[in-house]
Design a binder for this molecule. Structure first.
Ligand SMILES: Nc1ncnc2c1ncn2[C@@H]1O[C@H](COP(=O)(O)OP(=O)(O)OP(=O)(O)O)[C@@H](O)[C@H]1O
Ligand SMILES: [Mg+2]
Length: 247
């Protein structure tokens, strides 16, 4: 097993310190998680079904709270964050899920603009930011379409644009390519790479072995609620030792 030491040379965006999660039914989903993510990192969370990846993501956006331990995001301990600060916090973290979570009765433009409207931004600001976000995901031709009129890949692009209008410094994705064919999954990954190259930190839970192996980014493997591997330029499965190959 290889474990890298936490990197404190740059700014630490995410820090899990001895985090445990036990659900009310007694399931121990996470057991003593320690994890540090520096600014600008691109982290794949991998591991078998039921390992605890989504639980980790839900703790990270304070949809759930740890049973024990502390989680810091941008230096703020989530457990101490006031409830009224949560909406702002969640907006500033770009969230992307497997099932897109678009509002079906709203057009592409309305889906991306929605949170800005709620914030009371002016029409001009909204239109400019929505246009820029849709431009990033190459979707401006679809402004007036409804989610049901779009392909899965296009719907995921809308979900990414919806996150991008808030200029997030941290993007968290839980199986964003889970419902997509390989070519479309690859296009969506390219978008995340671009967002990361523009400076955002990306944390992504995925089962997509091909993409993880191709990109050779940081790979954190979770098994049975624990971090069992943390590789800087990792693969989905641990590479066989050269000695094992020779044997
Ligand atoms: N709300 C919940 N209540 C009780 N147990 C839960 C809850 N959510 C998840 N679990 C359990 O916690 C463990 C971790 O689940 P989690 O969804 O985090 O896994 P995962 O790694 O995301 O799996 P997958 O790859 O299938 O998405 C599993 O045993 C699961 O059954
Ligand atoms: Mg999951």
């Amino acid at each position: 097993m290889s474990v890298i030491a936490p990197d404190f040379s740059g700014r630490t965006v995410i820090s899990f310190q001895h985090v445990w999660k036990r659900y009310p039914n007694g399931t121990d989903a996470l057991r003593d998680i320690n994890l540090s993510v520096p600014e600008g990192d691109f982290v794949f969370l991998v591991g078998p079904s039921g390992a605890g990846k989504s639980s980790l993501v839900r703790l990270l956006i304070r949809e759930e709270r740890p049973t024990k331990g502390k989680i810091f995001v941008n230096g703020v301990e989530l457990g101490r964050m006031k409830r009224r600060k949560l909406p702002h916090f969640r907006r500033k973290v770009g969230l992307v899920f497997q099932d897109f979570k678009l509002l079906p009765q709203m057009t592409v433009h309305e889906n991306v603009a929605f949170a800005l409207r709620v914030l009371g931004e002016s029409r001009q600001v909204i239109d400019r930011r929505v246009a820029r976000a849709l431009d990033t995901v190459s979707l401006h031709g679809k402004l007036g379409k409804y989610p049901r009129e779009l392909s899965g890949g296009e719907q995921q692009r809308v979900a990414i644009a919806r996150a991008l209008v808030h200029a997030p410094r941290l993007m968290i994705a839980d199986e964003p390519t889970g419902n997509l064919d390989p070519a479309t999954a690859w296009e969506i990954m390219q978008l995340f790479l671009k967002i990361n190259a523009d400076g955002a930190t990306v944390v992504m839970a995925t089962h997509n072995r091909e993409i993880v192996d191709l990109l050779r980014r940081r790979v954190v493997v979770i098994e049975d609620g624990q971090v069992v591997r943390d590789d800087r330029a990792g693969r989905y499965h641990e590479a066989l030792q050269a000695s094992a190959l020779r044997a």
